[in-house]
Design a protein around this ligand. Structure first.
Ligand code: FAD
Ligand code: NA7
Length: 461
């Protein structure tokens, strides 16, 4: 396929997944291959998706639902060595070893570093929301309705392939608990949490027992909340919590500021944060083309975790629950690129369905977190056989994930002080100049200071 074929590719979202797609095409261009016309639509004014922090909640400047769920003082919740781009190392970006668990601004900087070296910006239309998509069956094309938010103008464009890279940690899953309507304090979803400051000295209830509950709980503990109570539906996180954090079974109901729990206990709270996960939501897609799934490691209906089985020119990136993140989006984007370039054809639908079912059967056998890591590692290995994305040692990465799980279990407050070795460069991470529990400042400037500059570092206390 060449530009002369007039093929057009539309990408929805300029987060890590959408940027991975742009980078994949750029790698071809650099190798002298002619690529199709690409337009990436991003409803925010800047790239980076979740990593582009916003103080806003609710709706944005132009009345669009706020995408961002990230918050202040967020530090990587897994080792950076497990997400490193295999074509752009941390060494290349920072020019020196850094620690294994950098804060959000540092990872954002890393994501931007790779993309700034390209001409990707030319392909992105910022402040543009994809409002609706129609599949034109007779032409095998997509009609995409767009809103230019700044100009308040609606227009349409036609594409041959459509890449959905709109993320799935943005639309809250917000359950109801009897009596919560009379709770006098703040009630919010993790999506609207913007940092621990407002909860200093408070007794905080977090409902949920996954990443958000764990991370927001530990952050609020670190930044001075009086007490943290985590309430689980299925399983507790189950680590050895420090005094001040406890886990209780699910809330049954509220009476004013008191929550009652399944084990018969009750407690007064100042605020409630629902850490109850997110919905895969594609309001711009017609019913039959929407990916309908819970947050899991192998959503149904997408072949190789990418191609919508009923309409493979509709491509989804990053829709899985995530141990692997940036490198998984890359591996997917490279495969998607080669399909769009006509480098390979997909097998017939029956074979694709069989392949999906084989993965689903395998996933049904998975019981432990370590097995989840192995499952996603096998998925990545499969992807890596399908394109020329630079290979990386997935077995070593899997081992790092398992160590990380173990470290968290051993001490949820200190696991971020551990260091790992890059599978891309072989570089061992540096120790951060300050223990994570004592580090209240997450700025890039402070993070990148050398230990000997310690006296220049403002005392966080
Ligand atoms: P997103 O980053 O969500 O980007 C999607 C983009 O699509 C956004 O820019 C959005 O504005 C745009 N978009 C959506 N709809 C439209 C539309 N209709 N029109 C135009 N544009 C649209 N991962 C890690 O590796 N480490 C971590 O420590 C980590 N912490 C996390 C903490 C939180 C609170 C959350 C929510 C996620 C965290 N993640 C973490 C996972 C994170 O989601 C991924 O790292 C990554 O951001 C996913 O990239 P994405 O491009 O698929 O989606
Ligand atoms: P997850 O990982 O999807 O977890 C959602 C959690 O919410 C999980 O513990 C669920 O419990 C719980 N949940 C969902 N519905 C309810 C109801 N109705 N009542 C009680 N508890 C409920 O989402 P997270 O926000 O933690 O993490 C998402 C990403 O953000 C992640 O990738 C991180 O990197 C950051 P269950 O176990 O299903 O019973």
């Amino acid at each position: 396929m060449t530009k002369a074929d007039n093929k057009r590719i539309g990408i929805i979202g300029a987060g890590p997944s959408g940027l991975a797609q742009l980078r994949a095409f750029e790698a071809l261009e650099k190798a002298g291959v002619e690529t199709p016309e690409i337009v990436c639509f991003e409803k925010q004014r800047h790239w980076g998706g979740m990593w582009n922090y916003t103080w806003r909640t609710g709706v944005g400047k132009y009345g669009e639902p706020i995408h961002g769920s990230m918050y202040k003082y967020l530090w990587s919740n897994g080792p950076k060595e497990c997400l490193e781009f295999s074509d752009y190392s941390f060494d290349e970006h920072f020019g020196k070893p850094i620690s294994s668990y950098p804060p959000r601004p540092v990872l954002f900087d890393y994501i931007q570093g790779r993309i700034k070296k390209s001409n990707a910006k030319n392909y992105i239309r910022f402040n543009t929301t994809v409002r609706w998509v129609e599949y034109l069956e007779d032409k095998n094309q997509f009609r995409v309705i767009l809103d230019d938010l700044k100009e308040n103008r609606t227009y349409e464009e036609i594409f041959d392939f459509l890449v959905v890279a709109s993320g799935h940690f943005s639309t809250p899953n917000m359950p109801y608990f009897k009596g919560i309507e009379n709770f006098p304090g703040a009630v919010m979803h993790a999506h609207d949490f913007r940092g621990a400051d407002q909860f200093k000295g408070q007794d905080l209830l977090l409902i949920g027992s996954s990443y958000s509950a764990e991370d927001i709980g530990v952050q609020c503990y670190k930044h001075g909340a009086n007490s943290i109570t985590l309430s689980y539906r299925s399983n507790p996180i189950g680590v050895d919590w420090p005094e001040g954090i406890e886990e209780l079974p699910l809330v049954t109901h509220f009476e004013d500021d008191t929550a009652f729990f399944k084990d018969g206990s009750s407690k007064k709270f100042d605020a409630v944060v629902m850490c109850t996960g997110y919905q895969h939501k594609f309001p711009f897609l017609p019913d039959q083309y929407r990916l309908k799934t819970k947050n899991n490691l192998y959503p149904n209906d997408i072949y190789k975790g990418i191609f919508f089985n009923d309409l493979p020119n509709l491509i989804y990136l990053g829709m899985q629950d995530q141990y692997y993140t940036f490198n998984m989006f890359d591996a997917q984007a490279w495969v998607a690129r080669d399909y769009m370039m006509g480098k390979f054809e997909l097998p017939p639908k029956e074979e694709r369905t069989k392949d999906i079912n084989t993965w689903l059967d395998k996933y049904a056998q998975v019981e432990t977190a370590n097995q989840e890591v192995d499952f996603q590692t096998d998925y990545i290995k499969d992807l890596l056989t399908l394109s020329d994305y630079p290979d990386f040692n997935t077995d070593k990465v899997a081992n790092m994930f398992k160590e990380w799980l173990q470290d968290k279990e051993e001490n949820i407050l200190t696991y971020r002080d551990k260091i790992f070795t890059s599978v891309v460069t072989g570089t061992q991470a540096a120790e951060h100049h300050t223990d994570w529990m004592d580090e209240l400042n997450d700025s890039k400037e402070r993070y990148l200071m050398e230990p000997e500059e310690e006296e220049l570092i403002p005392d966080p206390l």
